[in-house]
Design a protein around this ligand. Structure first.
Ligand code: ACO
Length: 220
């Protein structure tokens, strides 16, 4: 089952993400986000929780009622991204700050809003995670598709996803999203010219994908 995440699902969602996303998303691995199993990153927790009130996030639940997949999404409003950027620089956790820095860079370079001057709201997939016992069965694709349809229902024609994982990129490409920007991790360097991220294979780059529906019908 795929269900919309409600405001009071926050702790349930975090419990799931602490077991999977926090431990196994390629950039979280690369920065060693969690020192040891069972520890957490309060800044990433807040980043996750902040998207829920937008009311456009979904989870997959198995027949026993357990969460087996999560897709946290938010609505980006044109002109509000500068506030987000300054928040990123204030991140107190240097490891998570590195990841926010990369996402900010990718956001700027991909400039998805800039390609669509007529659009003022965009749906953004921020966190995508599937229980490792259920991977490769199309759950991520189904969560993204749910999100896309929800955006259409809300009259939001544009959607973006920054894929830090080879597999999330594969999933959205399959769904017809278009890659608008690629940042090779090998080319992302710090001020001293040193490479910042060494994620495990097969994750070599972060790709930004967009989906745009020029003509869509409002069903609500
Ligand atoms: N090996 C080979 N191919 C794989 C694997 C694997 N381990 N896992 C998924 N795939 C392929 C699938 O076959 C499919 O390709 P296809 O359409 O050509 O058949 C594609 O990747 C997507 O498959 P799904 O089954 O829809 O994806 P899944 O439910 O397995 O979830 C996800 C993918 C969310 C990336 C999962 O691997 C995961 O949770 N990874 C750790 C966290 C992470 O990296 N999240 C994404 C970061 S980007 C972001 O959050 C926006």
């Amino acid at each position: 089952r795929f269900v919309k995440i409600a405001n009071n699902d926050g702790e349930r969602v975090l419990q799931f993400l602490r077991r999977f996303f926090f431990m196994d998303e390629p950039l979280n691995i690369a920065v060693g986000l969690l020192d040891e199993p069972g520890s957490t990153c309060s800044e990433l927790e807040q980043y996750c929780i902040d998207s829920i009130p937008d009311g456009v996030s979904f989870m997959a639940v198995n027949s026993s009622g357990e969460v087996i997949g999560v897709c946290l999404n938010g609505v980006d409003v044109r002109g509000k991204s500068n506030d987000e950027d300054s928040k990123n620089f204030e991140c107190r956790n240097p490891r998570f700050g590195k990841i926010l820095g990369l996402l900010q860079n990718v956001n700027k370079q991909s400039d998805v809003f800039g390609q669509f001057p007529e659009v003022d709201r965009m749906l953004e997939v921020r966190i995508l995670s599937v229980d490792d016992a259920y991977r490769g069965q199309g759950i991520a694709k189904a969560l993204i598709e749910k999100t896309r349809l929800e955006g259409e229902k809300m009259g939001i024609p544009l959607m973006r996803v920054d894929c830090t994982s080879h597999f999330s990129a594969k999933a959205v490409a399959r769904l017809g999203f278009h890659c608008v920007y690629t940042l090779q991790y090998a080319d992302y360097l710090d001020k001293e010219g040193q490479r910042v991220f060494h994620p495990p294979p097969p994750h070599t780059c972060c790709k930004t994908f967009k989906y745009y529906v020029r003509h869509f019908s409002l069903s609500s």
